[in-house]
Structures are given as structure tokens and as C-alpha cells.
Ligand binder design. Structure first.
Ligand code: 2AM
Ligand code: CA
Ligand code: CA
Ligand code: CA
Length: 286
């Protein structure tokens, strides 16, 4: 069995450094552009921070492979092979970052043979560090995390996100899903603008469930390990095993609530993160 502890230590170091760069950048004037749609924002900081993370890790681990949101946007193929692979979201919550809305994170996941080994998420505004390693538990600033044990959806708080795609058909399905959750009735539904921090809130027991369509492997890689190691479930919105490239996810503290959410959702169809049908990025359940 390989020991990836050294890689995890390095991930923590670079996530903190990157988080500090983001925290400084938030106070400066930002150069904001849009990517696929007018609401799909990117700043110079997104690209600089990804470059910082990848160049630091590549100099330590030259044999490893890298998937990053901004490299993918620049045309680097998003491909998960059996090789040790880092999966990076340099700034999760770019729109929040642009508005100084304090929900912004750096997310670094690590997979080997298409299985997630560890995840690190650094909350840039309050300097909270979430870490988890397969089989070793999940932690927030070193304190062990435990998901909510609630099984009754009518006593749950549910989190979701809306992506950059805002055409009328997509919004109708999004609002239909929201209506189902609100009329379950859950205690409430929240959108905080950062997928990774929303997932960390589920891992922390501060919310019972999370679902989203349209996100990418870098939005969920690190957080998936954190939720699973905190005792929760992460799966596909169809109820099947999570596929990192499928762009859809349900996470919950308990299987009962995850199953309930899965049954309610109408899917929003996005393409896969990779175009190669043989490159199924299945992550096995813990
Ligand atoms: P980002 O800030 O790294 O782009 C709110 O927009 C959350 O959803 C953020 O975590 C954001 O990540 C992520 N997100 C980005 N594009 C998305 C999309 N097309 N569909 C769903 N979520 C998306
Ligand atoms: Ca983005
Ligand atoms: Ca993201
Ligand atoms: Ca991002």
C-alpha cells in the first residue's frame, strides 16, 4: 500500500498559501471576464492561483498528473487515468470572490487508480482548513467531523447551487427541484455560492443534504473524501455510484435523506467533463 501522507502534507501547505493569495486579492481591484456565459466569471486571480498550485505540486511530484478548472478552460484535456492525479479548483466561488461575499475556497483533491485518496479545502475568508484522507477521518482545523444523523427529511436543511447556465428551460427544472425540496417540507433550502464549502457544511453536520447539476470534478473531488470520512454518502443523482465526470451529485449525512433527494430530482442535462466514453471516472464507495 502506498502512503500518500507526504502528498497530503504538501497539499495542505499549498492550499494555505493559495488561500492567503486569494484573501489578499479579494481586497484589490479585480480584472473580471466571462467564459462560457455572461454569468460564468473568471478573474486573473483564478488563473494565477491555479498556476501557483500546479507549479508547486509539479516541482515536488513531476510524475503526477493534474486537472484544474482554469487549465481545462485553456484547453488542457480533462482526463482521469490510473496515474496519481491532482484535481484542483483554485477559487471555488469566483462570483463570491468578485463581490467579496465571504464564501470562497481553494479545493485540492487527489486520486489514484480513479479512487479518491484525500481532499483539502481551505476557506479563504475565515482560514478554516478541511482535510480528509481515505480511512483516516475528516477534520476541520484538526477537529474530527461528523455528519448529521438525521433521517427525516422534514427536519433537514438542504443546500444546492445554480451554475452559470440560466436559460429558461434550465431555470424551470432548477426551480421545480427547489419547490420539491421546499414543499417536502424541509426546514429550508440555501444557496451559498460555493459548492465545496456547501459540501463541507454537510460534512460538518450543519446541513443534511446537498445536490447540484452542472458542477465539475474539481468541485467535488476533495469534498467527496471529506463527506465520506465524516460518515456521509456522496452519489450520483440517479442513485448510482458517484462518477466524478458526470456533472451531477447528491450528498447527505444519511442514506435515507440521500435516497429521498434522489427520488425527487428532475435531472438537468450537462455534457460530461471528459469526452472519452472509455474514461469512466468511477470512484468506488468507501
Ligand atoms: P466556481 O466558482 O469554481 O466556478 C456557484 O456558482 C457554485 O457552482 C460555485 O462553486 C461554482 O464554482 C460552481 N459552478 C460553476 N459553474 C457551474 C455550473 N455550470 N453548474 C453548476 N455549478 C457551477
Ligand atoms: Ca468557474
Ligand atoms: Ca468550483
Ligand atoms: Ca473555480
Amino acid at each position: 500500500m502506498e502512503d500518500w501522507a507526504q502528498c497530503l502534507d504538501e497539499a495542505v501547505r499549498v492550499a494555505r498559501r493559495a488561500g492567503q493569495v486569494v484573501a489578499c486579492a479579494v481586497q484589490q481591484e479585480k480584472c473580471v471576464r466571462s467564459k462560457s456565459t455572461p454569468t460564468d466569471l473568471v478573474t486573473e486571480a483564478d488563473q494565477q492561483v491555479e498556476e501557483l498550485i500546479i507549479s508547486t505540486l509539479r516541482s515536488r511530484f513531476p510524475e503526477h498528473r493534474f486537472i484544474g478548472e482554469e487549465s481545462s478552460a485553456a484547453g488542457v484535456k480533462c482526463e482521469l487515468t490510473d496515474s496519481p492525479t491532482w484535481i484542483i479548483d483554485p477559487i471555488d466561488g469566483t462570483c463570491n470572490f468578485v463581490h467579496s461575499f465571504p464564501m470562497v475556497a481553494v479545493s485540492i483533491g487527489f486520486a489514484v487508480r480513479k479512487e479518491l485518496e484525500f481532499g483539502v479545502i481551505y476557506h479563504c475568508f475565515d482560514e478554516t482548513l478541511y482535510t480528509a484522507r481515505k480511512g483516516h477521518g475528516a477534520f476541520r482545523n484538526g477537529v474530527r467531523l461528523q455528519v448529521s444523523k438525521e433521517k427525516d427529511v422534514s427536519k433537514s436543511l438542504v443546500l444546492t447551487e445554480i451554475g452559470a447556465k440560466r436559460d429558461s428551460a434550465t431555470l424551470d427544472i432548477f426551480l421545480g427541484n427547489m419547490k420539491k425540496m421546499l414543499s417536502a417540507p424541509t426546514h429550508g433550502v440555501r444557496i451559498i455560492g460555493s459548492s465545496t464549502l456547501a459540501l463541507c457544511l454537510v460534512a460538518s453536520g450543519s446541513a443534511e443534504a446537498y445536490y447540484q447539476f452542472g458542477l465539475h470534478c474539481w468541485d467535488i473531488a476533495a469534498a467527496t473524501v471529506i463527506i465520506r470520512e465524516a460518515g456521509g454518502v456522496v452519489m450520483d443523482t440517479t442513485g448510482n455510484t458517484l462518477d466524478l465526470m458526470s456533472r451531477r451529485v447528491v450528498a447527505a449525512g444519511t442514506r435515507e435523506i440521500a435516497d429521498y433527494v434522489v427520488k425527487q430530482l428532475q435531472p438537468i442535462n450537462y455534457g460530461r467533463d471528459d469526452s472519452d466514453p472509455d474514461n469512466l471516472a468511477l470512484t468506488s464507495d468507501p
